[in-house]
Unconditional design. Structure first.
Length: 138
C-alpha cells in the first residue's frame, strides 16, 4: 500500500469506499465532509492505494489540544492485512510531529469490529460522554 495525500480526483472513490465500509449516514453528506476537510489541514487527509486503486482513507485534525481521527476506512477486500494499522500509524506520526499529546476518536455503539481494531492499536475508552449538535445541516 502506498499512503499519500488525498487529491480532489479521489473524491468519488473515497465516497464509494465510505459507503462500502458503512461509514456514511443520511445526516452527513460525504462530499461536503470532504470539501470541509480540504479547507482545514488538508495534509491530514490521507488515502492508501494498491496498484493505483484507492483502498483506504483516513482524516485527522489537530486543534492545539487534541488530535482527532475520522473516516478510517479500508476496503472490505483489503481488511485484515494491516492497512488500517499503517494508516493510523502514519496519522499518529504526523500528529506527533505537530506536538499533539493525545488522539481522540469516536466509534459508533455496537461496532465491535472497530472497537477490537482500536484496542489492538492501544486505544481505550475514555471516561467521557460524547455530545454533538449539528449547527449546519447537510
Amino acid at each position: 500500500m502506498i499512503i499519500r495525500a488525498f487529491r480532489r480526483a479521489d473524491t468519488e472513490a473515497v465516497v464509494q469506499l465510505w459507503h462500502d465500509c458503512g461509514l456514511t449516514r443520511p445526516q452527513n453528506n460525504p462530499r461536503l465532509d470532504i470539501e470541509r476537510k480540504l479547507t482545514v489541514q488538508p495534509e491530514l487527509f490521507l488515502v492508501g492505494t494498491v496498484d493505483g486503486a484507492l483502498m483506504g482513507s483516513i482524516m485527522a485534525g489537530y486543534d492545539g489540544h487534541r488530535g482527532w481521527v475520522n473516516y478510517l476506512a479500508v476496503s472490505p477486500g483489503h481488511q485484515g492485512a494491516g492497512s488500517g494499522q499503517r494508516l493510523m500509524r502514519e496519522v499518529e506520526r504526523m500528529l506527533t510531529e505537530r506536538g499533539c499529546p493525545k488522539v481522540n476518536l469516536q466509534i459508533r455503539a455496537g461496532n465491535d469490529q472497530a472497537i477490537s481494531f482500536y484496542r489492538r492499536l492501544g486505544y481505550a475508552p475514555d471516561q467521557a460522554v460524547s455530545f454533538g449538535k449539528r449547527i449546519i445541516p447537510d
